[in-house]
Design a protein around this ligand. Structure first.
Ligand code: NAD
Ligand code: TYD
Length: 352
Protein backbone atom coordinates (compact mmCIF):
# COMPACT_ATOMS: atom_id res chain seq x y z
CA UNK A 1 0.00 0.00 0.00
CA UNK A 2 1.04 3.57 -0.63
CA UNK A 3 0.19 7.03 0.67
CA UNK A 4 0.94 10.36 -1.00
CA UNK A 5 2.07 13.07 1.41
CA UNK A 6 2.47 16.67 0.24
CA UNK A 7 4.82 19.16 1.89
CA UNK A 8 6.77 16.41 3.63
CA UNK A 9 10.13 18.20 3.37
CA UNK A 10 8.73 20.78 5.81
CA UNK A 11 8.62 20.70 9.58
CA UNK A 12 5.49 18.68 10.37
CA UNK A 13 5.31 16.68 7.14
CA UNK A 14 8.90 15.44 7.56
CA UNK A 15 8.29 14.47 11.17
CA UNK A 16 5.16 12.67 9.99
CA UNK A 17 7.01 10.70 7.31
CA UNK A 18 9.88 9.77 9.64
CA UNK A 19 7.39 8.46 12.21
CA UNK A 20 5.22 6.77 9.57
CA UNK A 21 8.10 4.82 8.07
CA UNK A 22 9.30 3.81 11.54
CA UNK A 23 5.86 2.33 12.26
CA UNK A 24 4.62 1.00 8.93
CA UNK A 25 5.77 -0.80 5.81
CA UNK A 26 3.69 1.39 3.50
CA UNK A 27 5.46 3.39 0.81
CA UNK A 28 5.32 7.19 0.99
CA UNK A 29 5.31 9.40 -2.10
CA UNK A 30 6.56 12.77 -0.87
CA UNK A 31 5.52 15.64 -3.16
CA UNK A 32 7.18 18.89 -2.11
CA UNK A 33 8.03 22.04 -4.03
CA UNK A 34 11.10 22.71 -1.84
CA UNK A 35 10.35 26.34 -1.08
CA UNK A 36 12.61 28.07 1.47
CA UNK A 37 10.84 25.91 4.11
CA UNK A 38 11.47 22.58 2.41
CA UNK A 39 14.62 20.83 3.53
CA UNK A 40 15.56 17.38 2.32
CA UNK A 41 18.38 17.19 4.86
CA UNK A 42 15.69 16.50 7.44
CA UNK A 43 14.94 13.25 5.61
CA UNK A 44 18.56 12.24 5.04
CA UNK A 45 18.13 9.17 7.27
CA UNK A 46 15.76 7.80 4.58
CA UNK A 47 18.39 7.80 1.85
CA UNK A 48 18.38 4.39 0.19
CA UNK A 49 15.01 3.47 1.74
CA UNK A 50 12.85 2.34 -1.19
CA UNK A 51 9.70 3.10 0.81
CA UNK A 52 10.34 6.87 0.50
CA UNK A 53 9.93 8.31 -3.00
CA UNK A 54 10.64 12.02 -3.19
CA UNK A 55 9.23 14.09 -6.05
CA UNK A 56 9.95 17.80 -6.31
CA UNK A 57 6.84 19.57 -7.54
CA UNK A 58 3.86 21.78 -6.85
CA UNK A 59 0.52 20.56 -5.50
CA UNK A 60 -1.02 22.86 -8.11
CA UNK A 61 0.65 21.04 -11.02
CA UNK A 62 -2.34 18.99 -12.13
CA UNK A 63 -0.45 17.05 -14.76
CA UNK A 64 2.26 15.97 -12.32
CA UNK A 65 -0.14 15.13 -9.50
CA UNK A 66 -2.45 13.15 -11.80
CA UNK A 67 0.53 11.22 -13.14
CA UNK A 68 1.76 10.41 -9.63
CA UNK A 69 -1.67 9.25 -8.56
CA UNK A 70 -2.11 7.04 -11.62
CA UNK A 71 1.38 5.58 -11.28
CA UNK A 72 1.42 4.90 -7.52
CA UNK A 73 -2.29 4.31 -6.78
CA UNK A 74 -2.20 5.67 -3.20
CA UNK A 75 -4.91 4.69 -0.74
CA UNK A 76 -4.72 8.17 0.81
CA UNK A 77 -3.46 11.69 0.13
CA UNK A 78 -2.36 13.80 3.11
CA UNK A 79 -2.00 17.50 2.39
CA UNK A 80 0.61 19.23 4.57
CA UNK A 81 1.92 21.51 1.79
CA UNK A 82 1.37 25.18 2.56
CA UNK A 83 2.95 28.52 3.11
CA UNK A 84 2.91 28.50 6.90
CA UNK A 85 4.46 31.61 8.45
CA UNK A 86 2.14 34.41 9.60
CA UNK A 87 4.84 37.13 9.46
CA UNK A 88 5.66 36.25 5.86
CA UNK A 89 1.95 36.31 4.98
CA UNK A 90 1.75 39.87 6.28
CA UNK A 91 4.71 40.99 4.16
CA UNK A 92 3.71 39.06 1.03
CA UNK A 93 0.35 37.28 0.93
CA UNK A 94 0.55 36.26 -2.76
CA UNK A 95 2.25 32.89 -2.27
CA UNK A 96 -0.26 32.04 0.48
CA UNK A 97 -3.17 32.58 -1.87
CA UNK A 98 -1.39 30.68 -4.63
CA UNK A 99 -0.41 27.57 -2.64
CA UNK A 100 -2.90 27.39 0.19
CA UNK A 101 -6.01 28.26 -1.81
CA UNK A 102 -5.37 27.75 -5.54
CA UNK A 103 -2.93 24.89 -4.90
CA UNK A 104 -5.39 23.07 -2.63
CA UNK A 105 -8.15 23.56 -5.21
CA UNK A 106 -5.98 22.08 -7.98
CA UNK A 107 -4.90 19.22 -5.74
CA UNK A 108 -8.52 18.46 -4.85
CA UNK A 109 -9.41 18.37 -8.53
CA UNK A 110 -6.55 16.02 -9.39
CA UNK A 111 -7.45 13.77 -6.48
CA UNK A 112 -11.13 13.81 -7.42
CA UNK A 113 -10.27 12.71 -10.96
CA UNK A 114 -8.22 9.79 -9.63
CA UNK A 115 -10.64 8.82 -6.86
CA UNK A 116 -13.78 8.86 -9.03
CA UNK A 117 -12.25 6.32 -11.42
CA UNK A 118 -11.21 3.86 -8.70
CA UNK A 119 -12.94 0.49 -8.38
CA UNK A 120 -15.73 0.60 -5.73
CA UNK A 121 -13.79 -1.01 -2.89
CA UNK A 122 -10.71 1.22 -3.25
CA UNK A 123 -12.97 4.20 -3.77
CA UNK A 124 -14.74 3.77 -0.45
CA UNK A 125 -11.49 3.06 1.41
CA UNK A 126 -9.75 6.16 -0.04
CA UNK A 127 -9.07 9.22 2.19
CA UNK A 128 -8.01 12.81 1.57
CA UNK A 129 -6.70 14.25 4.84
CA UNK A 130 -6.22 18.00 4.98
CA UNK A 131 -3.86 19.36 7.63
CA UNK A 132 -4.99 22.74 8.95
CA UNK A 133 -4.63 25.13 11.84
CA UNK A 134 -6.56 26.48 14.82
CA UNK A 135 -5.80 29.98 13.50
CA UNK A 136 -8.87 29.72 11.21
CA UNK A 137 -11.04 30.37 14.29
CA UNK A 138 -9.52 33.81 14.94
CA UNK A 139 -8.60 35.14 18.36
CA UNK A 140 -10.01 34.40 21.83
CA UNK A 141 -10.42 36.80 24.74
CA UNK A 142 -9.01 35.85 28.13
CA UNK A 143 -12.18 34.12 29.40
CA UNK A 144 -13.52 32.59 26.18
CA UNK A 145 -13.76 28.79 26.07
CA UNK A 146 -11.19 27.05 23.86
CA UNK A 147 -11.95 26.56 20.14
CA UNK A 148 -14.31 23.66 19.44
CA UNK A 149 -14.98 22.29 15.95
CA UNK A 150 -18.30 24.17 15.99
CA UNK A 151 -16.65 27.60 16.42
CA UNK A 152 -17.20 30.11 13.65
CA UNK A 153 -14.31 30.67 11.24
CA UNK A 154 -12.94 34.19 11.85
CA UNK A 155 -9.43 34.23 10.36
CA UNK A 156 -7.44 37.43 10.88
CA UNK A 157 -4.13 37.08 9.04
CA UNK A 158 -3.53 36.41 5.34
CA UNK A 159 -2.13 33.02 6.45
CA UNK A 160 -5.17 32.01 8.49
CA UNK A 161 -7.57 33.37 5.85
CA UNK A 162 -5.85 31.27 3.18
CA UNK A 163 -5.99 28.15 5.39
CA UNK A 164 -9.66 28.85 6.18
CA UNK A 165 -10.40 29.07 2.46
CA UNK A 166 -8.63 25.76 1.87
CA UNK A 167 -10.66 24.10 4.65
CA UNK A 168 -13.86 25.33 3.01
CA UNK A 169 -12.80 23.94 -0.36
CA UNK A 170 -12.06 20.56 1.21
CA UNK A 171 -15.45 20.59 2.91
CA UNK A 172 -17.18 21.53 -0.36
CA UNK A 173 -15.45 18.74 -2.30
CA UNK A 174 -16.92 16.31 0.22
CA UNK A 175 -20.44 17.71 0.20
CA UNK A 176 -20.60 18.33 -3.53
CA UNK A 177 -18.62 15.47 -5.03
CA UNK A 178 -18.55 12.95 -2.17
CA UNK A 179 -14.74 12.99 -1.90
CA UNK A 180 -13.91 11.15 1.36
CA UNK A 181 -12.18 13.93 3.27
CA UNK A 182 -10.97 14.51 6.82
CA UNK A 183 -9.65 17.80 8.22
CA UNK A 184 -7.49 18.37 11.28
CA UNK A 185 -7.09 21.81 12.90
CA UNK A 186 -4.08 21.82 15.18
CA UNK A 187 -2.60 24.30 17.62
CA UNK A 188 1.02 25.58 17.45
CA UNK A 189 3.56 22.79 17.00
CA UNK A 190 7.12 22.68 18.23
CA UNK A 191 9.90 20.08 18.12
CA UNK A 192 12.82 18.85 15.99
CA UNK A 193 13.38 20.23 12.47
CA UNK A 194 11.30 23.37 13.10
CA UNK A 195 12.40 26.15 10.77
CA UNK A 196 14.05 28.90 12.85
CA UNK A 197 11.72 31.68 11.79
CA UNK A 198 9.03 30.44 14.22
CA UNK A 199 9.06 31.46 17.87
CA UNK A 200 10.64 28.50 19.68
CA UNK A 201 13.47 27.58 17.26
CA UNK A 202 14.18 31.27 16.60
CA UNK A 203 14.66 31.87 20.32
CA UNK A 204 16.96 28.85 20.71
CA UNK A 205 19.08 29.75 17.71
CA UNK A 206 19.30 33.48 18.51
CA UNK A 207 20.09 32.79 22.16
CA UNK A 208 23.01 30.53 21.24
CA UNK A 209 24.27 33.09 18.71
CA UNK A 210 24.23 35.87 21.36
CA UNK A 211 21.55 37.73 19.39
CA UNK A 212 18.46 39.57 20.70
CA UNK A 213 15.37 37.48 21.46
CA UNK A 214 12.62 39.56 19.80
CA UNK A 215 9.35 39.36 21.76
CA UNK A 216 6.46 41.03 19.92
CA UNK A 217 4.46 43.63 21.85
CA UNK A 218 4.02 42.80 25.54
CA UNK A 219 4.72 39.09 25.08
CA UNK A 220 1.41 38.20 26.73
CA UNK A 221 -0.14 36.67 23.60
CA UNK A 222 -1.17 33.11 24.32
CA UNK A 223 -0.57 30.10 22.10
CA UNK A 224 -1.50 26.47 22.78
CA UNK A 225 1.56 24.28 22.20
CA UNK A 226 1.73 20.67 21.00
CA UNK A 227 4.84 18.57 20.47
CA UNK A 228 5.05 17.77 16.75
CA UNK A 229 5.13 13.98 17.24
CA UNK A 230 1.81 14.22 19.07
CA UNK A 231 0.34 16.09 16.11
CA UNK A 232 1.63 13.28 13.88
CA UNK A 233 0.03 10.59 16.06
CA UNK A 234 -3.27 12.50 15.95
CA UNK A 235 -3.14 12.63 12.14
CA UNK A 236 -2.46 8.88 11.96
CA UNK A 237 -5.42 8.24 14.25
CA UNK A 238 -7.77 10.50 12.26
CA UNK A 239 -6.64 8.87 9.01
CA UNK A 240 -7.33 5.46 10.51
CA UNK A 241 -10.68 6.08 12.18
CA UNK A 242 -11.95 9.63 11.56
CA UNK A 243 -15.53 10.03 10.37
CA UNK A 244 -15.77 11.19 6.77
CA UNK A 245 -16.35 14.90 6.25
CA UNK A 246 -15.57 15.66 9.91
CA UNK A 247 -13.04 18.09 11.29
CA UNK A 248 -10.97 17.29 14.40
CA UNK A 249 -9.26 19.86 16.59
CA UNK A 250 -5.85 18.73 17.78
CA UNK A 251 -4.21 20.16 20.90
CA UNK A 252 -2.61 19.26 24.20
CA UNK A 253 -4.23 21.75 26.61
CA UNK A 254 -0.97 23.71 26.92
CA UNK A 255 -1.80 27.40 26.80
CA UNK A 256 1.21 29.62 27.51
CA UNK A 257 1.99 33.32 27.07
CA UNK A 258 4.87 33.87 24.66
CA UNK A 259 7.09 35.45 27.31
CA UNK A 260 6.76 32.32 29.45
CA UNK A 261 7.85 30.20 26.48
CA UNK A 262 10.88 32.42 25.91
CA UNK A 263 11.82 32.33 29.60
CA UNK A 264 11.47 28.52 29.65
CA UNK A 265 13.78 28.21 26.64
CA UNK A 266 16.31 30.53 28.33
CA UNK A 267 16.21 28.52 31.58
CA UNK A 268 16.78 25.25 29.74
CA UNK A 269 19.70 26.74 27.84
CA UNK A 270 21.12 28.17 31.09
CA UNK A 271 21.08 24.62 32.45
CA UNK A 272 22.20 22.70 29.35
CA UNK A 273 24.64 25.21 27.76
CA UNK A 274 25.52 27.83 30.41
CA UNK A 275 27.04 31.05 29.11
CA UNK A 276 30.71 31.58 29.82
CA UNK A 277 30.08 34.83 31.71
CA UNK A 278 27.48 33.16 33.95
CA UNK A 279 24.64 35.46 32.82
CA UNK A 280 21.23 34.11 31.80
CA UNK A 281 20.14 33.95 28.16
CA UNK A 282 17.08 35.88 29.38
CA UNK A 283 19.21 39.06 29.37
CA UNK A 284 18.98 38.87 25.53
CA UNK A 285 15.16 39.30 25.57
CA UNK A 286 14.17 42.43 23.63
CA UNK A 287 10.62 43.69 23.31
CA UNK A 288 9.97 44.77 19.71
CA UNK A 289 7.08 46.32 17.78
CA UNK A 290 4.06 44.06 17.72
CA UNK A 291 2.91 42.14 14.64
CA UNK A 292 -0.01 43.94 12.92
CA UNK A 293 -3.37 42.30 13.67
CA UNK A 294 -1.67 39.98 16.18
CA UNK A 295 -4.14 37.39 17.51
CA UNK A 296 -4.18 37.57 21.31
CA UNK A 297 -5.03 34.02 22.28
CA UNK A 298 -5.46 30.57 20.74
CA UNK A 299 -6.66 27.54 22.70
CA UNK A 300 -7.83 24.17 21.41
CA UNK A 301 -10.60 22.07 22.84
CA UNK A 302 -9.47 18.57 21.79
CA UNK A 303 -12.30 16.67 23.47
CA UNK A 304 -13.87 15.41 20.23
CA UNK A 305 -10.64 13.75 19.14
CA UNK A 306 -10.06 12.35 22.62
CA UNK A 307 -13.61 11.05 23.10
CA UNK A 308 -14.32 9.75 19.57
CA UNK A 309 -10.93 8.40 18.62
CA UNK A 310 -9.22 7.89 21.99
CA UNK A 311 -6.24 10.08 21.07
CA UNK A 312 -4.03 11.57 23.79
CA UNK A 313 -0.70 13.40 23.51
CA UNK A 314 2.33 11.51 24.82
CA UNK A 315 4.35 14.59 25.86
CA UNK A 316 3.70 17.26 28.45
CA UNK A 317 4.95 20.72 27.57
CA UNK A 318 7.82 20.29 30.03
CA UNK A 319 9.03 17.01 28.49
CA UNK A 320 8.52 18.21 24.91
CA UNK A 321 10.30 21.53 25.27
CA UNK A 322 13.29 19.86 26.98
CA UNK A 323 13.55 17.34 24.11
CA UNK A 324 13.32 20.20 21.63
CA UNK A 325 16.08 22.30 23.19
CA UNK A 326 18.26 19.19 23.49
CA UNK A 327 17.64 18.40 19.81
CA UNK A 328 18.75 21.87 18.68
CA UNK A 329 21.86 21.64 20.84
CA UNK A 330 22.70 18.26 19.32
CA UNK A 331 22.10 19.36 15.71
CA UNK A 332 23.98 22.62 15.07
CA UNK A 333 24.85 21.53 11.51
CA UNK A 334 21.16 21.22 10.53
CA UNK A 335 20.57 24.72 11.88
CA UNK A 336 23.54 26.31 10.17
CA UNK A 337 22.67 24.70 6.82
CA UNK A 338 19.14 26.01 7.08
CA UNK A 339 20.43 29.47 7.92
CA UNK A 340 22.70 29.68 4.91
CA UNK A 341 19.72 29.63 2.51
CA UNK A 342 17.01 32.09 1.55
CA UNK A 343 16.00 32.20 5.21
CA UNK A 344 18.98 34.38 6.09
CA UNK A 345 18.19 37.01 3.47
CA UNK A 346 14.61 37.30 4.59
CA UNK A 347 15.32 37.36 8.28
CA UNK A 348 18.06 39.96 7.94
CA UNK A 349 15.58 42.26 6.15
CA UNK A 350 12.81 41.52 8.64
CA UNK A 351 14.85 42.26 11.75
CA UNK A 352 17.15 44.95 10.29
P1 NAD B 1 6.51 24.32 6.71
O1 NAD B 1 6.46 25.71 6.19
O2 NAD B 1 7.62 23.92 7.62
O3 NAD B 1 6.51 23.27 5.49
C1 NAD B 1 5.68 23.44 4.37
C2 NAD B 1 6.22 22.51 3.28
O4 NAD B 1 5.34 22.64 2.14
C3 NAD B 1 7.63 22.87 2.79
O5 NAD B 1 8.41 21.71 2.69
C4 NAD B 1 7.39 23.50 1.41
O6 NAD B 1 8.48 23.28 0.52
C5 NAD B 1 6.14 22.77 0.97
N1 NAD B 1 5.36 23.53 -0.02
C6 NAD B 1 5.02 24.85 0.03
N2 NAD B 1 4.31 25.18 -1.07
C7 NAD B 1 4.17 24.04 -1.80
C8 NAD B 1 3.50 23.74 -3.02
N3 NAD B 1 2.85 24.68 -3.71
N4 NAD B 1 3.55 22.46 -3.48
C9 NAD B 1 4.23 21.50 -2.80
N5 NAD B 1 4.87 21.74 -1.65
C10 NAD B 1 4.84 22.99 -1.14
O7 NAD B 1 5.09 24.10 7.41
P2 NAD B 1 4.70 23.17 8.65
O8 NAD B 1 4.88 23.94 9.91
O9 NAD B 1 5.34 21.85 8.49
O10 NAD B 1 3.14 23.02 8.41
C11 NAD B 1 2.59 21.94 7.65
C12 NAD B 1 1.09 22.07 7.59
O11 NAD B 1 0.56 22.08 8.92
C13 NAD B 1 0.62 23.38 6.95
O12 NAD B 1 -0.50 23.10 6.16
C14 NAD B 1 0.26 24.27 8.13
O13 NAD B 1 -0.75 25.18 7.78
C15 NAD B 1 -0.25 23.23 9.12
N6 NAD B 1 -0.11 23.59 10.54
C16 NAD B 1 1.08 24.03 11.04
C17 NAD B 1 1.18 24.32 12.41
C18 NAD B 1 2.49 24.76 13.01
O14 NAD B 1 2.53 25.09 14.22
N7 NAD B 1 3.60 24.76 12.28
C19 NAD B 1 0.09 24.15 13.25
C20 NAD B 1 -1.13 23.69 12.70
C21 NAD B 1 -1.21 23.41 11.35
P1 TYD C 1 4.90 31.89 15.38
O1 TYD C 1 5.86 30.85 15.79
O2 TYD C 1 5.22 32.76 14.21
O3 TYD C 1 3.49 31.15 15.17
P2 TYD C 1 2.00 31.78 14.96
O4 TYD C 1 2.11 33.20 14.61
O5 TYD C 1 1.47 30.94 13.82
O6 TYD C 1 1.27 31.54 16.25
O7 TYD C 1 4.64 32.83 16.62
C1 TYD C 1 4.18 32.34 17.86
C2 TYD C 1 3.93 33.52 18.76
O8 TYD C 1 5.17 34.15 19.07
C3 TYD C 1 3.07 34.60 18.10
O9 TYD C 1 2.23 35.17 19.11
C4 TYD C 1 4.07 35.62 17.62
C5 TYD C 1 5.19 35.52 18.65
N1 TYD C 1 6.57 35.77 18.15
C6 TYD C 1 7.39 36.67 18.85
O10 TYD C 1 6.99 37.28 19.88
N2 TYD C 1 8.66 36.87 18.38
C7 TYD C 1 9.13 36.24 17.27
O11 TYD C 1 10.30 36.49 16.88
C8 TYD C 1 8.28 35.33 16.58
C9 TYD C 1 8.76 34.62 15.35
C10 TYD C 1 7.00 35.13 17.07
Amino acid sequence: MTILVTGAAGFIGANFVLDWLALSQETVINLDKLTYAGNLETLSSLQGDARHIFVQGDIGDAELVSRLLAEHQPRAVLNFAAESHVDRSIHGPGDFIETNIVGTFRLLESVRGYWSALPEQEKSAFRFLHVSTDEVYGSLSKDDPAFAETNRYEPNSPYSASKAASDHLVRAWHHTYGLPVLTTNCSNNYGPYHFPEKLIPLMIVNALAGKPLPVYGDGMQIRDWLYVKDHCSAIRRVLEAGRLGETYNVGGWNEKPNIEIVNTVCKLLDELRPKADGSSYATQITYVTDRPGHDRRYAIDARKLEAELGWKPAETFESGIRKTVEWYLANPQWVSNVQSGAYRDWVSKQYA
